[in-house]
Ligand binder design. Structure first.
Ligand code: PLP
Length: 471
């Protein structure tokens, strides 16, 4: 499989077009675009039906094989999937729970850090290690986190020989559970940095690192945010898993997805492109509703971020939305590059008619405020006995509002374990969800992190001193 940039002009490396290995290690394309496969592989309905009943790791290897192409032997891909998903606390990896005659929850939080990001990052850590050892290279991951991504990324690469990870979090501004999930990981390649300032300050420093030729000349610096194609690819699998459980491919299924950076729901679009019958993808947002405005009115313009009880959805710009605009808008990279330049200059753009109509064939959207979120949490608890987190609640609200044929099951993606956001859950339901047994001693473990002032030079000096050069 070959990968191309959404901005159409990424220079092909001298040794030929970019394959899966190249796209995985590169992350962002050099023209600022995002990598997508040159064409979508397609399964027939018979091929999809034949996947029913497979163990998750085997299903994952089957669904991902066309994207991985020659970059990994099929047996090796399957071994890596078994290793990644063997770390989940549930044998089904992403089990379904029934709420009522039509609504289901797809529990994506049984990984090591209790958020759905583990599904993709556990595999990505293994893919990085595999490709780096093949090339005898090293990688330095630099990231900023307001919570979930940092812990999932650290867990995924802790102890890996060829990777150093530096994770910046705003000092005093992440929850105790989130901080401890990062700072209690004991591995020589894990470097937690508590930085004075806000998440945006930390994020701005990370962006500067990527343009810093002094650092990028010595280290192969990489990001782990959801722009990495391999992360999206790993998320396609659970759409297949859920649909097969609920009667697919003979029966269409709808999905409601708590959305921030548009990575998770874009994976649903990919599943549909691959031939999985999907009735609808519902993009669920909180009051930070740029995606709802874009999909319902064609208006993609940033505002200021309002902090909510679902912080992983508090976004201004949704990076992976570019992939959808590319795919439904005629796959014209140069035109999209122009459109994105306009957006970057004015922080606003209109979707083209082709983009709007293309998106409307599969997507709809809903935005939920704080009351609607709390009501959804209460309904799930009081009527169905299920405790859900604030992100999942926004998805469930959208699922219950959706106007769909009566025989279509609606699967809400449960993106975080309720214990991760127990204050908000307690406010809505009166119940304080306990941490799962495997995390029970989180508050007894020793923490390790450095505190640095909010100065760029302090951060780069720390990275340069503790990272290992790329070769
Ligand atoms: C990251 C995250 C989201 C948003 O997912 P995207 O792929 O960025 O749309 C939703 N819920 C939780 C709990 C998350 O951690």
């Amino acid at each position: 499989m070959e990968y191309i940039s959404t901005r159409g002009s990424a220079q092909l490396p001298v040794n030929g077009p970019l394959d899966f290995e190249g796209a995985t290690l590169a992350g962002l394309a050099s023209d600022g675009g995002l990598y997508v496969p040159r064409e979508w592989p397609r399964f027939s309905l018979d091929e999809i039906a034949a996947m029913r009943g497979l163990p998750y790791a085997e299903l994952a290897a089957r669904v991902m094989k066309p994207f991985v192409g020659d970059s990994l032997a099929p047996e090796r891909l399957r071994e890596l999937c078994e290793q990644a998903y063997g770390r989940f606390a549930h044998a089904a990896v992403t089990p379904l729970a029934q709420l009522d005659e039509r609504n289901w929850l797809l529990e994506l939080f049984h990984g090591p850090t209790l958020a759905f990001k583990d599904v993709a990052l556990q595999l990505l850590g293994l893919l990085f290690e595999e490709f780096l050892s093949r090339r005898d290279e090293r990688l330095t991951i630099v990231g900023a986190t307001s919570g979930d991504t940092g812990s999932a990324a650290i867990d995924a690469v802790a102890g890996r020989e060829r990777i150093d990870i530096f994770m910046l979090h705003p000092n005093g501004r992440v929850s105790d559970v989130q901080r401890r999930q990062m700072t209690t990981v004991k591995a020589p390649n894990v470097h937690n940095i508590a930085i004075e300032g806000s998440f945006d300050d930390a994020q701005a420093m990370v962006k500067r690192v990527f343009g810093d030729t002094e650092l990028t000349g010595r280290f192969r610096i990489s990001a782990v945010n959801s722009i990495n194609w391999a992360r999206l690819m790993a998320q396609v699998v659970y759409y297949f898993a859920a649909a097969l459980q609920l009667g697919g491919p003979a029966r269409k299924v709808a999905f409601s997805v708590p959305t921030g950076n548009f990575g998770d729901v874009f994976a649903g679009h990919v599943a549909a492109r691959m031939g999985l019958p999907i009735e609808r993808l519902i993009v669920a947002t909180n009051v930070n509703d740029i995606l709802h405005r874009a999909l319902s009115a064609g208006d993609y313009s940033t505002g200021t971020v309002t902090p909510t009880a679902a912080p992983s959805m508090d976004i201004q710009v949704s990076s992976n939305f570019e992939r959808l605009l590319f795919d439904v808008g005629g796959r014209d990279g140069l035109a999209l590059a122009e459109q994105m330049r306009g957006f970057e200059a004015s922080k606003a753009m209109r979707l083209t008619n082709a983009q709007r109509e293309g998106a409307a064939t599969l997507f709809s959207s809903t935005s939920a405020d704080a009351d609607q979120m709390s009501q959804a949490m209460r309904w799930a608890y009081e009527s169905c006995g299920e405790v859900i987190d604030p992100h999942t609640a926004i998805g469930l609200h959208a699922a219950r509002e959706a106007d769909l044929p009566g025989d279509v099951p609606v699967v809400t993606l449960a993106t975080a374990h309720p214990a991760k956001f127990r204050d908000a859950v307690e406010r809505a339901t009166g119940l304080r969800p306990p941490l799962p047994a495997r995390m029970g001693d989180l508050f007894e473990r020793d923490e390790s992190y450095v505190e640095l002032p909010g100065e760029y030079e302090a951060v780069t000096a720390y990275v340069a001193e503790h990272a290992t050069p790329s070769r």
